[in-house]
Design a protein around this ligand. Structure first.
Ligand code: SF4
Ligand code: SF4
Ligand code: SF4
Length: 403
């Protein structure tokens, strides 16, 4: 048995080496942005050029899948040897409860995410460049020249370029950024950003495959916060020392490829693998260190969207904290304030994903509001519909009182 497992690991390692080799080969021959093959428009969908532009993204997916398979195999091996007991290493036990589909906030969020993903990548092609001067501070990658919007992300990571523009352009950028931040704030992260979407897809894939996730403790979240500060300094400052953040941006390895632009992967491709693999095991892992998300969160006090808590209804079960992909503890611990029935527990890290509200079993203990009006609140009935085990109708015949 032991030999079998080692054999599988060796096979997976061999496959990973093959993928990495192909990845590098692809990187060498593929188009470099700004090079001779520079194209103003992406290849038509489903043509051979489009598939060739998609190849780097395909390789990213393949390498990510191999890394995930290796991790799973390794953990199986370690479990077998009993060197990695569940609960002591940050590895959670498998959640056997199946989530049932209930139409609501989550469905709308997925709908908006899918639409945004399509619009930010294919919007230019579908609608022309009508909205091209809107500065949307998300993943509207400027390397995808058919994008619907200009990239706020580009200007934040190239402040030297921004400050060399006219004062009207600088004001327009900060003005539209502030409008976006106040109106939507980090709702952009929860609903619009395609990097967030891809991580959510990875998370759903893990759940569908019944693979154990990895839960982080407070110390690990503290480390991620440190990484976030480092990323922020690099993000804002690299342009001033002659660097280019886009050279290692993971998003730049995906958006142009999907739009049909051939682009060199460079370091960004490897970082994208890390984003996908980490997002597979820990929901929205990259969002915990994303510098753009941090900038979007700075205006959370002004944002029209809020997360409110009724401390009277809350039973301090901690389910919200356990479910929160950003590890925000105050949603569970906060109990004091002027009006304890309407505590504002919005923080700069909150991406408004609504997961805490969905997992809260107490009526109205948590709610997401827009301009003070509740748009989504914790509901015991919905919670039971989604998570309570189905009654076993054959239980009486098996001599059981309860299902
Ligand atoms: S934190 Fe960054 S990667 Fe995550 S959704 Fe927000 S902008 Fe996108
Ligand atoms: S899940 Fe609801 S009841 Fe439980 S701690 Fe969070 S807010 Fe309170
Ligand atoms: S606090 Fe709630 S809405 Fe905010 S990120 Fe955490 S789970 Fe999502």
């Amino acid at each position: 048995m032991k030999k079998k497992v080692i054999g599988k690991i060796l096979f997976a390692a061999f496959a990973a080496a093959l993928c990495a080799g192909a990845y590098f080969a692809a990187d060498i021959t593929f188009f470099q942005f700004g090079g001779e093959e520079y194209q103003e428009t992406g290849a038509a969908l489903f043509t051979s050029e489009w598939f060739s532009a998609m190849l780097p993204f395909g390789l990213i997916l393949l390498v990510s899948a191999v890394c995930i398979a290796l991790d799973v195999l390794l953990r199986k091996l370690l479990y077998k040897k009993k060197k990695l007991p569940v609960g002591k290493t940050g590895i959670t036990a498998r959640d056997k409860r199946k989530k049932r589909f209930v139409f609501g906030f989550e469905t709308v969020r997925w709908g908006v995410m899918i639409l945004s993903f399509a619009l930010l990548i294919y919007g230019g092609r579908l609608f022309g460049t009508v909205f091209t001067n809107v500065q949307l501070p998300v993943f509207a990658c400027p390397y995808n020249l058919e994008q619907l919007t200009n990239a706020g992300c580009y200007y934040f990571s190239h402040l030297d370029v921004l400050f060399s523009e006219s004062w009207q352009a600088i004001l327009a950028f900060f003005g539209t950024f502030l409008v976006c931040a106040v109106l939507l704030g980090r709702v952009l992260c929860g609903f619009v950003c395609p990097m967030g979407f891809l991580q959510d897809v990875a998370h759903e894939a893990r759940q569908a495959l019944h693979i154990e996730g990895i839960s982080l403790n407070e110390k690990m979240y503290a480390v991620l916060r440190l990484v976030k500060w480092v990323m922020l300094i690099i993000f804002l400052g690299v342009g001033f020392i002659g660097g280019n953040f886009c050279d290692f941006c993971p998003a730049a390895a995906v958006s142009p490829a999907l739009a049909g632009f051939k682009l060199s992967l460079g370091l960004g491709g490897f970082i994208m693998v890390i984003v996908l693999v980490s997002g597979f095991f820990k929901r929205r892992c990259f969002c915990n260190v994303c510098p753009l998300g941090f900038i979007l969160g700075l205006t959370h006090k002004l944002s029209l969207f809020k997360l409110k808590k009724n401390a009277v209804a809350c039973t301090e079960c901690g389910a919200c904290y356990e479910a929160c992909p950003m590890g925000i503890k105050s949603i569970f611990t906060e109990r004091e304030g002027k009006d304890i029935k309407k505590l504002d527990v919005t923080t700069s890290d909150c991406i408004m994903c609504g997961e805490c509200v969905r997992r809260c079993p107490e009526n109205n203990a948590l709610a997401i509001t827009f301009c003070g009006k509740k748009i989504y609140n914790a509901d015991r009935m919905k919670f039971m519909k989604q998570y309570a085990p189905k009654p076993d109708k054959y239980a009486p015949f098996r001599g059981k009182d309860k299902p």
